[in-house]
Design a protein around this ligand. Structure first.
Ligand code: GAL
Length: 665
């Protein structure tokens, strides 16, 4: 298993490098990521390449048996380049051209930048494609960060070409966007504006297409580097993604171009909500339905101008094991040593600025020793398949552009359902709306707002084949062009759910509404609360599970369930608060016959499993500052303590246990 650090030898005197490599090896580090921001050191002036320092760094690391991930350095075009080719700089929505001085300042469409990017990639590949110490390649760094969308003239041209390819004719575009509204009918492609601040509020179809276009531009930009590397025989290509919080690029599309997924995990800031961290791991695993790497794992307090509080003793190790629990095949910490200069002076690495080992080094070294023992069994193991939660980038974008109700947040809604399932300790995959759902007993779509025939068909097949579906409010509202559908809501999903939305009430996030469960479904819970949105439902074959109370639609259905064969489609007409989501998750998993990984799990202890070759690795992760005891049935080998354990597992604050057992035990 790879266990590593992001290393910037170019930031430190040459005489320090051996000491760094020695300290790394002692901590169990066997891989470093190199050079993703080092373009100015590789090509100090146009066409003059200086790779000697990188050769030497690789040699020094090799003496300690440390391998490397090589990066293309295109996230940081040097000053000379930006001065010589100012047209490569991105233009913001307000029309301002980005200036040199930070990073990621380029436009992904720029033909000039694409050429320069291919050139530096080719120069690197010529030098290192066959290097025996390089185990993988990272493209650029965090595509879409800082300036996710560009509004330059080249992007306008490329957008028009993209639209021509997608729609074929202007008539089709005019129809798709409904341009009869406000006399927006286009009679030439170059009349179509980018959705800038100068326009103000743009047509929803145009805006959603512009998001899709930009996402595709990042993909095709990345693909050019991939093609260059492939032409040099490189077979292990990735790029570091940014988890759940980042919604600018359709990561399902981008990840499909790669050989494996990696992402950057910084739990500080969301540490009190381990489910949110788990959700990000789940999404990253779900992109390719494969194990992934962490390319940047939190290694200390973080911040640029201001620092976060210090991670508590044990938390760095806990977060790294949490990543592994959800499918990480490798952990690489950001960064090896805290930089003494530059924007990120307060973003702490494993070593402090002074470079001497301290508490964080010791904790990471302890885990390094443990990881060496875990190696083989765990590598490539995958969580079992039971429940899935649908995540749609079209929905994230459409609901960002038009939240429908004040304060309606796709992320918050989605996380509420995710948290509910996570709390139960059931295996949970994150899947796109066009995924193969036949592998799951339960599928939850917190909302499925933009719906194609294909998505509707797939959900319907899932239920008809005995699967269970929970579908949230504002589902089935839009077609793929971001137009409102021409039938009663939830549109293409109405028949499947056996329900129609008779009327709705956009409450806004500050208002809530109570729902009461009908007799036969008492076990779901009492006095449940929805907020932000209320659909007043008219069952057309579905059974009412809950009705509204204390509002002008008192007594009207709020939650319904429709039996279709042996499957069910449950429609939730409100945005549930966490308690209601928890109750629904409990009810839905029971209906679907999904058994939690552990029966009696103390709150604050996370449980996750990875299976391989008839073996299960059960992770118990104590996210609390208190000692815990976790009851278990049967006997397990505790891999970290190296003992056989029965009855219960003791966990110190922020501690971890990995239990191994034969499946079915
Ligand atoms: C990441 C980025 C790193 C570094 C880190 C701390 O998102 O990839 O290069 O900037 O954040 O800010």
């Amino acid at each position: 298993m790879f266990y590593g650090a992001d290393y910037y030898p170019e930031h430190w005197p040459r005489e320090r490098w051996e000491r760094d490599a020695e300290l790394m090896a002692k901590a169990g580090i066997n891989v470093v990521r190199l050079a993703e921001f080092a373009w100015a050191k590789m090509e100090p002036e146009p066409g003059r390449y200086t790779f000697d320092w990188l050769d030497e760094a690789l040699d020094v690391l090799a003496q300690q048996d440390i391998q490397a991930v090589m990066c293309t350095p295109t996230a940081t075009p040097p000053a000379w380049l930006c001065q010589q080719y100012p047209e490569i700089l991105a233009v913001e929505r307000d029309g301002q051209r980005v200036a040199f001085g930070m990073r990621r300042q380029y436009c992904p469409t720029s033909a000039r930048y694409r050429e320069l990017s291919r050139q530096i990639t080719a120069a690197l590949a010529e030098r290192y494609a066959d290097h025996p110490r390089i185990v993988a390649w990272q493209l650029d760094n965090e595509f879409g960060g800082h300036h996710p969308r560009c509004y330059c003239p080249e992007c306008a041209d490329a957008f028009h070409t993209w639209l021509q390819e997608r729609y074929g004719s202007l008539d089709a575009v005019n129809d798709a966007w409904g341009t009869a509204f406000w006399s927006h009918i286009y009679t030439a492609w170059d009349q179509i504006p980018l959705p800038t601040d100068a326009v103000g509020t743009s047509n929803p179809g145009l805006e959603l297409d512009f998001y899709r276009f930009t996402s595709d531009q990042w993909g095709s930009y990345a693909q050019e580097q991939i093609d260059v590397l492939r032409a040099h025989g490189v077979t292990s290509i990735t790029t570091n993604l940014m988890g759940f919080g980042f919604a600018e690029i359709n990561y399902f599309d981008l990840a499909a171009r790669l050989d494996f997924t990696t992402w950057d995990n910084y739990p500080i800031g969301i540490q009190d909500d381990p489910a949110s961290i788990a959700a990000a791991h789940g999404l990253m695993r779900g992109l390719r339905d494969e194990p992934f790497w962490i390319m940047e794992e939190q290694a200390g307090p973080s911040g640029w101008q201001v620092m976060s509080p210090a991670p508590k003793p044990g938390q760095l190790r806990l977060w790294a094991y949490q990543a592994m629990a959800h499918g990480a095949n490798a952990i690489v910490y950001f960064r090896w040593r805290t930089c003494r200069a530059g924007v990120e002076e307060w973003w702490h690495g494993i070593l402090d600025h002074h470079g001497r080992p301290g508490r964080r080094y010791d904790e990471i070294a302890r885990m390094g020793a443990e990881v060496r023992r875990l190696q083989d069994g765990l590598q490539d193991a995958m969580p079992p398949k039971a429940a899935a939660i649908i995540l749609s980038y079209d929905d994230r974008w459409a609901l960002r552009l038009q939240p429908n109700a004040y304060g309606l947040s796709y992320n918050e809604l989605w996380l509420t359902y995710y948290r509910a399932l996570h709390k139960l300790g059931v295996p949970l995959d994150v899947v796109p709306p066009d995924a193969d759902l036949s592998r799951y007993a339960l599928v939850v779509a917190p909302t499925l707002h933009v719906v194609s025939d294909v998505y509707a068909e797939s959900l319907s097949t899932h239920v008809q084949q005995g699967g269970h579906l929970v579908l949230g409010a504002r589902s089935g509202v839009k077609d793929m062009m971001n137009r409102v559908v021409n039938q009663p809501l939830p549109g293409l999903l109405a028949d499947l759910c056996g329900v129609e939305v008779a009327e709705y009430d956009a409450l806004g996030s500050k208002a809530s509404v109570r729902v009461a469960f009908a007799q036969e479904a008492e076990y779901i819970g009492d006095h449940a609360v929805g907020h932000t949105w209320a659909d007043i439902l008219k069952p057309r074959g579905a059974r009412t599970l809950a009705t509204y109370t204390g509002t002008f639609y008192e007594g009207e259905p709020a939650i319904t369930t429709h039996h279709v064969g042996t499957g069910t489609a449950t429609y939730v007409g409100v945005l549930p608060d966490q308690d209601l989501a928890d109750a629904l998750a409990r009810w839905a998993t029971e209906q679907a016959g999904i058994v939690p990984l552990l029966q009696d799990k103390p709150a604050g202890v996370e449980v996750a499993a990875r299976d391989k070759a008839g073996q299960r690795f059960l992770f118990l992760l104590n996210h609390t500052g208190e000692s815990q005891s976790v009851p278990i049935a049967g006997s397990y080998r505790d891999l970290l303590a190296d003992v056989v354990i029965r009855g219960s597992v003791p966990l110190a604050p922020y501690d971890v246990a990995i239990l191994k057992t034969g499946l079915g035990a």
